[in-house]
Design a protein around this ligand. Structure first.
Ligand SMILES: Nc1ncnc2c1ncn2[C@@H]1O[C@H](COP(=O)(O)OP(=O)(O)OP(=O)(O)O)[C@@H](O)[C@H]1O
Ligand SMILES: [Mg+2]
Length: 426
């Protein structure tokens, strides 16, 4: 290994030193490599094992690696969903002293999948819509904090299941730039990039026969613009009403909470001699349900999963007459009597299939379908064993998908089930 190897890392995992940095990444022996699905990229990206985790290694230039590392750290601090930067490694050289590319190391985002791995044979319009919607939310969140992405696309995003929807994570920050705030022109620019890239990505799939006949790439890519605009307006738009309608302030807050956002600062102005009130959210923060669930139960879930779990907690509260109890106390009871027993009952060999919160969400759906089907209230325990046997067992692992071998894959990866196939089992 080159003596002058230079590692910059926030976490300083000594295991990093054991990786063969003196070899070009594409020549690393298999024993270092983790075979996981990966999106299409210009740079060489490979996954490797490090101290019991999986890391993503991208070979790029010195400057780019450092820049992206710093940018990802900043985004992490700002609570934006993105991959976690681990290290920048520069000054690499092979044994003959020939210089090798610098690398950016990020942590592999657990349970995340590139969009091409989210469907088995063909991408269906409703799945595509959910992907695009998740990307629109991510883009709004980035714009709210003043981040211009510059390369918005499905390939530069990772997706995690979120109670029937998806949560999007930024994976490629190379072209991004952080400003004090974005102009409308900058936002429009990013939106146009998103629209064109998504249309291109979907047409690409179409050309490969990998989309459902019904799927219209143009309509879907226009969809991101519409989804973005309505969310942006709800989050940042001003509203005026007569001062006798002050309840509309609370209503706005409730609407934002429903969308999963909290208002951190709201500007309220009275105009026209006090007869009109104008409100404008100034700082909004995503993760309303996530934070509430975390506060009540210590569970860290995605936004929609959190919403789902909180709904179940609410119905527990109603069902067992716990309305007058302290919210924290009921949450504790629900956790111990409902949530945890379910998660404990998942056989060990099936635990890597899905995140606990997603399992719980799917179980509730499963019970709902069973109840519909059999026209009776199905107890949770009964639904659970049916769910484990008919659904969970047939899924592939999503914590770390083993097939296919690393390499940008353009072919379908073998799935035990498609996007919503589990419903057919019910
Ligand atoms: N931390 C990570 N966790 C999971 N997957 C990752 C991670 N980092 C990279 N990937 C995968 O590698 C792919 C390529 O990464 P990235 O987009 O950063 O490369 P790139 O060469 O900069 O892309 P582009 O061609 O857009 O410039 C991503 O689409 C993603 O699937
Ligand atoms: Mg990329």
């Amino acid at each position: 290994m080159s003596a002058s190897l230079n590692i910059t890392s926030a976490t300083a995992d000594p295991g990093l030193l054991d990786l063969p940095w003196n070899m070009p990444l594409d020549e690393w022996p298999d024993r270092y490599i983790a075979a996981l699905p990966k999106g299409i990229s210009r740079h060489l990206v490979r996954f490797a094992h490090l101290s019991g985790h999986v890391i993503a290694i991208k070979e790029t230039t010195d400057e780019m690696a450092k820049r992206e590392y710093d940018m990802l750290r900043t985004l992490q601090r700002l609570d934006v969903p993105c991959v976690d930067p681990l290290a920048v490694i520069t000054n690499r050289a092979d044994d003959a002293g020939e210089p090798l590319n610098s690398v950016l190391v990020t942590r592999h985002l657990k349970f995340s999948l590139p969009y091409r791995a989210l469907f088995s044979q063909q991408l269906r319009p409703d799945t595509a819509t959910r992907l695009v919607d998740a990307l629109a939310v991510l883009l709004v969140r980035l714009h709210v904090i003043g981040f211009f992405w510059g390369d918005v696309s499905l390939s530069n995003t990772l997706f995690r299941r979120d109670a029937g929807a998806f949560a999007a994570y930024l994976v490629d920050a190379e072209t991004g730039q952080l400003y004090d705030g974005l102009s409308n022109g900058q936002r429009e620019n990013d939106l146009e990039i998103a629209r064109v890239n998504i249309a291109g990505e979907l047409m690409d799939l179409e050309a490969g026969g990998r989309v459902d006949e019904e799927l219209d790439p143009i309509k879907l890519s226009d969809g991101i613009v519409a989804a973005y605009r309505s969310l942006w307006k709800e989050l940042t738009g001003s509203e005026s009403f007569s001062s006798s309608e002050r309840w509309r302030i609370n209503e706005r807050v409730d609407r934002l909470n429903d969308l999963g956002f909290d208002i951190e600062e709201l500007a309220i102005k009275t105009t026209e001699g006090g007869t009109t009130v104008r409100i404008q959210p100034k700082v909004v923060d995503a993760g309303h349900h996530q934070r509430r669930l975390l506060r009540l139960t210590g569970l860290d879930a995605q936004e929609n999963q959190a919403r789902r779990l909180l709904n179940d907690l609410d119905s527990y509260t109603a069902k067992y007459g716990r309305k007058d109890y302290d919210e924290e106390m009921v949450a504790h009871e629900w956790l111990a009597k409902v949530f945890e027993p379910v998660i404990r009952a998942i056989p060990r060999d099936l635990k890597g299939k899905l995140e606990p919160a997603e399992v719980f969400h799917q179980l509730l759906e499963h019970r709902w379908f069973m109840s519909q089907d059999q026209n009776r209230d199905v107890p949770l325990a009964e639904a659970l064993s049916s769910y484990i046997d008919t659904v969970l067992r047939h899924r592939r692992d999503e914590a770390t998908v083993i097939d296919p071998p690393t390499g940008t894959f353009t072919l379908a990866i073998p799935l035990a089930d498609g996007e919503a196939d589990w419903r057919q089992n019910v």
